[in-house]
Write a protein that binds this ligand. Structure first.
Ligand code: KIV
Ligand code: ZN
Length: 403
């Protein structure tokens, strides 16, 4: 076996929680068949871990985690559990048929959650966490531990809590910014502290789990990677509680496109990204905003004349990645009032109206100039111009070509 060298990129594991945290999006409820369809597609995408559900919450969730455990092969299948014995036993039961299983035990780390939600003392939180991790380890040797809301917690307490969880047998420690409060610099610094003070030298993975309340989930997750995290928790299209979770497609493509910077790689088959995005949108009923990075309708569309001209001359003038790399069709030129002559000519050419004077319409440069003026007038009135509009323009202008 080849030993990794210090110049090999670090392998970042993608932990997909679309079916658990993602399903916590207001108004979303997936049935078993839909969850199974998504889980199979996540396996094709190449995620490392699928968090399939929270088995104690309902018989339906339990059944779904069991089915995914039975039927989906490839990724580790994970079930969520609070620190209560019943939760852990239920998760373990649901995961019984998985080829590789993980129990994800979570508690709270911030004062406000410990006092008002758990109604415990910090010492009791540590004690119940230790008991829970030990119990989970009786069922699997892959146990993840999380303390919710770390970014509003006392960091010294966070360090103590996680140190005890590792001593009790946690193999992955996940650092959730549950309410999306941290900045990239603060979050990265906490991850570095966890790495240096409690993980250094041990076979324990650091995981990042961010929410997007202030629009910083992707930046925070990447800051974590820069500071030692080797697992990113995320959801397809960034769906999830409130403003959602870190978007899978964003972190994966950031690491891929800027591998020079992150010196890391994931195991994701990026060409499956568009397919999974559309599937999740269709099954959850949550549309993707048009300007969403990577998967939005406009993510690879060029509108302005200057951009269109640049891309026609050399793709890299305005493209940092190929649309095909994420399973989409090549970048499109949106025809409208900002489009320039070069893009107009290209669009006519793509529609089969060869612009070299050899076609039926005889569109020479002069004819194109006339049509271009008409196109601009139409675009001013109509906004976006579609292929049929261009065809109509050419056909209505057929007499120009004959003159
Ligand atoms: O946001 C959060 O804290 C969570 C935990 C259960 C990990 O989703
Ligand atoms: Zn979460």
């Amino acid at each position: 076996m080849t030993q990794p060298t210090s110049t090999d990129p670090r392998r970042i594991h993608i932990f997909d929680t679309t079916l658990r945290d993602g399903e916590q999006s207001p108004g979303v409820a997936l049935n078993h068949a839909q969850k199974l369809e998504i889980a199979h597609q996540l396996a094709r995408l190449g995620v490392d871990v699928i968090e399939a559900g929270f088995p104690i919450t309902s018989d339906g969730d339990f059944e779904c985690v069991s089915r995914i455990s039975r039927e989906v092969r490839g990724p580790v299948i994970c079930g969520l559990a609070r620190t209560a014995r019943a939760d852990i036993e239920r998760a373990a039961k649901a995961l019984e048929a998985a080829a590789r299983s993980r129990i994800h035990v979570f508690t709270s780390a911030s004062k406000v959650q410990i006092e008002h939600m758990l109604r415990k003392t910090p010492e009791q939180v540590i004690e119940s966490s230790v008991q829970a991790v030990r119990l989970a380890r009786q069922y699997t040797d892959d146990v993840e531990f999380s303390g919710q809301d770390v970014m509003r917690a006392d960091f010294d307490f966070v360090i103590r809590l996680y140190r005890e969880a590792i001593e009790a047998g946690a193999t992955v420690i996940n650092i959730p910014d549950t309410v999306g409060y941290g900045t990239p610099q603060e979050y990265g610094a906490l991850i570095a502290r966890v790495r240096d003070e409690i993980v250094q030298g041990r076979n324990v993975a650091i995981s990042t789990h961010c929410h997007d309340d202030l629009g910083m989930a992707t930046a925070n997750s990447l800051a974590a990677v820069e500071n030692g995290a080797t697992q990113i928790e995320c959801t397809v299209n960034g769906i999830g509680e409130r403003a959602g979770n870190t978007s899978l497609e964003e972190v994966v493509m950031a690491i891929h496109t800027r591998r020079d910077h992150y010196q890391a790689q994931t195991g994701i088959n990026t060409r499956e990204i568009n397919r999974v995005s559309r599937m999740v949108s269709r099954l959850t009923g949550m549309p993707v905003q048009p300007n969403k990075a990577i998967v939005g309708e406009n993510a690879f569309a060029h509108e302005s004349g200057i951009h269109q001209d640049g891309v026609l001359k050399h793709k890299e003038t305005y493209e940092i990645m190929n649309a095909e790399l994420v399973g989409r069709e090549a970048a499109v030129m949106v025809m409208g009032k900002h489009s320039g002559r070069a893009a107009f000519r290209k669009a006519l050419s793509d529609l089969g109206y060869v612009t070299d004077g050899q076609n039926d319409f005889g569109l020479n440069d002069e004819a194109i100039n006339v049509l271009f003026t008409r196109f601009k007038e139409l675009a001013d009135r109509k906004g976006q111009i579609y292929a049929d509009d261009l065809r109509a323009l050419v056909e209505a202008g057929a007499e120009i070509a004959q003159t």
